[in-house]
Design a protein around this ligand. Sequence first.
Ligand SMILES: NC(=O)C1=CN([C@@H]2O[C@H](COP(=O)(O)OP(=O)(O)OC[C@H]3O[C@@H](n4cnc5c(N)ncnc54)[C@H](OP(=O)(O)O)[C@@H]3O)[C@@H](O)[C@H]2O)C=CC1
Ligand SMILES: C=C(O[C@H]1[C@H](O)[C@@H](CO)O[C@H](OP(=O)(O)OP(=O)(O)OC[C@H]2O[C@@H](n3ccc(=O)[nH]c3=O)[C@H](O)[C@@H]2O)[C@@H]1NC(C)=O)C(=O)O
Length: 285
Amino acid sequence: MKVVEHLDLTLYNSYRIKAICKRAYFPDSENDIQTIYTSDDDVRKIVLGSGHNIILSKSTYDDYFIIFSGNFNRVTITGTEVVAEAGISMYDLSLHALAHELSGLELFYDIPSSLGGAVVMNAGASGEEIKDLLTKVRYYNPSSNQFADIQQDEMAFEYRNSFFQRNPHLIITKAWLSLKKGTKAAIKEKMEQNKATRWAKQPKEYPNAGSVFKRPKGFYVGALMDELQLKGYSIGGAKISEKHGGFIVNVNNATGDDILRIIKHAQDKVHERYGITLEVEQRII
Ligand SMILES: NC(=O)C1=CN([C@@H]2O[C@H](COP(=O)(O)OP(=O)(O)OC[C@H]3O[C@@H](n4cnc5c(N)ncnc54)[C@H](OP(=O)(O)O)[C@@H]3O)[C@@H](O)[C@H]2O)C=CC1
Ligand SMILES: C=C(O[C@H]1[C@H](O)[C@@H](CO)O[C@H](OP(=O)(O)OP(=O)(O)OC[C@H]2O[C@@H](n3ccc(=O)[nH]c3=O)[C@H](O)[C@@H]2O)[C@@H]1NC(C)=O)C(=O)O
């Protein structure tokens, strides 16, 4: 297993915030995960997927990071069933599905995420969510040092919520997905169409981590930012995107604190005008 002391996390978070951690582990097997958690120390351990949904709030961490980003990424496909390890990127997984003429993952071609991160957040867009493809998930429980499988209907998925958000100490190691037979041309067309629509709406030209807030019932965050004229509102190197008000972008060496202060300002303004509390979707670490 790759282990790096004092890793610079800039390339492991999509906001490109600079922060150093005490140590980073890149596990490549379930055995590696057990080794990390059964080692004799009480340093806090923080799990990351591909880092597309996190805000690093500190510049140094005296913690160990366990990173699933391209490592621990094997896939097997049998008929319409896909079994993949948590570190595979959803982009790569969608390409495997395309190569096997399997439909269902087209949307995930452009949703930046690891498979583990996608399961935790019940990732989705355009009305589709990963919960609809999953049949089973395997995880490691550090408290008992055991692995266990959980079936789809036991995970009580909701909008941007899952069993794993309610049990953050559990580590997803593998997932089983059920796809449908399709044709290469139709699958590829849906992938590219969806990507084009998203690139037209989202500020892909700057480092960001997707939607900052969950969608409040009956409102769109982007529209609220428009109405409050908060688009372009900036602190330090971060600002609310002019292209999509639901995103904060790093335009000039932003820190986690710049982002958190913008979040607070937007929450205050929205609460003042509409009485709504915007819930942060991204994980603040
Ligand atoms: N729809 C869109 O356009 C976009 C969506 N996103 C979403 O953000 C997420 C990004 O995924 P990713 O970059 O991989 O996640 P991150 O690396 O950003 O991790 C986010 C959190 O997920 C948990 N996590 C990640 N991997 C695992 C694992 N194997 N086991 C247990 N917990 C894990 C950790 O929280 P903890 O340990 O506290 O559980 C972590 O803090 C996806 O859900 C993606 O869909 C992001 C950008 C755009
Ligand atoms: C980007 C993410 O997922 C996104 C996902 O891509 C899109 C599309 O399905 O729908 C959610 O965003 P969203 O609520 O901002 O939806 P969008 O479709 O982008 O916008 C909704 C509406 O707001 C309007 N809008 C958007 C941006 C803006 O600056 N101004 C504005 O008025 C749009 O015109 C649209 O009518 C997901 N976010 C959440 C938290 O549910 C993410 O999770 O990180």
